[in-house]
Design a protein around this ligand. Structure first.
Ligand code: NAP
Length: 290
């Protein structure tokens, strides 16, 4: 069995990934305390001792608002932490997969689905730090794979950390009868984390580079919310309110194209688009209930 080290395994993605990979891989899932990514020495000691074949690096400061208010901490974890892992991966010959973000596109003005070749200039610390991490990691370890993930969702699961996310927000609005505002000037993919973790093992075979990783979406966020209310057969469409003021400076388009990863994985990695993904997520949830 291949030995895979997962960092951030107590987090939203990591807890689900560890569960999904546990039957096919020998997993190493150290806690934050056991494996602090900001310490190169601690990382190297651990890797030298355990000798994983691959590392899936999910440990991060993932909250964009927190990173904006704490840029030094964000830099330390989201840039230096990745650099440390890239150095260790190069030194010990492990494949490194790490999660970047579609937020690297948040300063772009182009419309349509964005691919990995487009020049980017992120507008917030989180996006800038993810971009720097990609660049530094690929310099230090050219075989490493950086995945530009979209916003992810899931239902809360016992024993697994769950952030606030799109489906939880919409379902809460329905249950409480409280309308929620969704931006008409924002375009982004939104992906079920279940699909993400299913595809991660295939990323171990990708050539080094940067890849968009998640659902495509041609709709704006308000239209996406309306589509989800239809999937949920919620008769009250007024629960989604069109917010036309947000992102007034420029339309925020961080919608990704996934053509590169589909081709590089020879079709093994293919995501449903955002609305199809939401439909699939609901049908899986319903089949579990019935
Ligand atoms: N969630 C999304 O929608 C989303 C979207 C795009 C990209 N991403 C990226 O995907 C990755 C996973 O995100 P997530 O939502 O699963 O994050 P998360 O739930 O916030 O989990 C972060 C994990 O990192 C650990 N951690 C933080 N600082 C650490 C350090 N210095 N050393 C070791 N471990 C540390 C945390 O452990 P403790 O809790 O014990 O501190 C936790 O296990 C991140 O790179 C994130 O930026 C996420």
């Amino acid at each position: 069995m291949e030995k895979v080290l997962i960092t951030g395994a107590s987090g939203f993605v990591g807890s689900r990934l560890a569960c999904a990979m546990s039957s096919s891989y020998e997993l190493l899932i150290p806690s934050h305390r056991e494996f602090d990514i900001t310490s190169l020495q601690a990382i190297c000691q651990y890797i030298e001792h355990h000798r994983p074949h691959a590392i899936v690096h999910l440990a991060a400061l993932s909250n964009t608002g927190y990173c904006e208010e704490h840029p030094d901490e964000s830099y330390l974890v989201n840039v230096t932490g990745v650099e440390n892992l890239a150095r260790a991966a190069a030194q010990y010959g492990c494949k490194l997969i790490f999660f970047s973000s579609d937020q690297v596109y948040n300063g772009n003005l182009e419309m349509g689905l964005l691919d990995e070749t487009i020049p980017v200039a992120p507008e917030n610390h989180y996006g800038r730090h993810k971009l720097l991490a990609e660049e530094r990691a690929l310099e230090l370890c050219p075989e490493c794979v950086a995945l530009r993930a979209t916003w992810m969702y899931d239902a809360p699961h016992a024993g697994m950390h769950t952030h606030r996310n799109f489906v939880v927000n919409v379902k809460e609005a329905i249950l409480q009868g409280t309308p929620l505002r969704f931006a008409t000037r924002e375009y982004r993919g939104i992906t079920w984390v279940g699909e993400v973790v299913r595809h991660v093992p295939h990323t171990l075979l990708l050539p080094g580079g940067v890849y968009n990783f998640g659902a495509e979406n041609h709709l704006n966020t308000y239209e996406t919310a309306l589509a989800y209310l239809r999937i949920l057969q919620c008769p009250d469409r007024s629960l989604a309110v069109a917010d036309e003021e947000r992102f007034s400076a420029h339309v925020r388009n961080i919608s990704i194209s996934t053509q590169k990863i589909v081709e590089a994985s020879h079709g093994a990695i293919q995501f449903l688009d955002t609305v199809e993904g939401l439909r699939h997520f609901e049908s899986c949830a319903n089949s579990l209930l019935s």
